[in-house]
Design a protein around this ligand. Structure first.
Ligand SMILES: Cc1cc2nc3c(=O)[nH]c(=O)nc-3n(C[C@H](O)[C@H](O)[C@H](O)COP(=O)(O)O)c2cc1C
Length: 187
């Protein structure tokens, strides 16, 4: 990855926030095609079976989903792969690349561990597992920046500040938030 590509990715990380309330607009065919091409690439790289389901159907029909607004998500990405010890990790790694790609297309997303498992219209082959879903569509808003620690809170620089720090730290700080959410969800 070039330095320029990396900077673009960090900018997408800065821009992206979870969105739970969506407009009724469907994702245009041209963007569906781009998403499917990216999914094919990521599935090959990660040995996964990520699937874009254009009609989310009853995926978010649980009361809590509807209360949060997620029932409005027009489409969903089913995060599926061959069951195994590192499946969660690979889905997280490649799935995050997919949500950032979606962000670059002007779409909004939300990782969701809570969904109506019986009603996700995904293809799950023998030996595969559906781990998590990602709501996707055009958000009513672009989402909100979550309260996070300041650069000063998370860094102690002794001597001159290295140039790369300003570039890497925002991404690292967002990751820290995600890990906190993960701990919360898993506890
Ligand atoms: C494993 C996992 C499962 C999650 N499940 C849900 C969920 O079911 N519903 C929900 O509203 N948010 C869920 N979240 C939280 C959001 O996807 C998101 O990570 C969090 O709100 C941080 O938002 P931000 O990216 O805007 O900072 C989950 C997060 C993780 C990491």
């Amino acid at each position: 990855m070039t330095r320029e590509d990396y900077a673009k990715e960090v900018e997408l990380i800065r821009q992206r926030h979870s969105v739970r309330v969506y407009k009724a607009d469907k994702i245009e065919a041209e963007k569906v095609e781009k998403l499917n091409a990216k999914i094919k690439e990521l599935n090959e790289q990660g040995n996964l079976n990520l699937q874009l389901i254009e009609d989310a159907g009853k995926t978010y029909s649980l009361l809590l989903n509807r209360t949060m607004g997620l029932g409005s998500a027009p489409s969903v990405i089913a995060c599926v792969g061959p069951d195994g010890a590192d499946l969660d990790e690979r889905l997280g790694y490649y799935g995050e690349q997919l949500v950032l790609f979606a962000q670059s297309l002007g779409l909004n997303t939300c990782w969701t561990g809570m969904f109506n498992r019986k009603h996700v219209p995904a293809e799950i082959k023998e030996g595969e597992k559906l781990v998590i879903c990602i709501a996707i569509g055009y958000g009513e808003t672009a989402g909100k920046e979550r309260k996070t620690k300041s650069m000063q809170d998370v860094t102690t620089v002794i001597g001159d500040k290295p140039q790369w720090l300003d570039l890497h730290l925002p991404a690292g700080n967002r990751l820290n938030q995600c890990l906190r959410v993960l701990r919360f969800c898993m506890s």
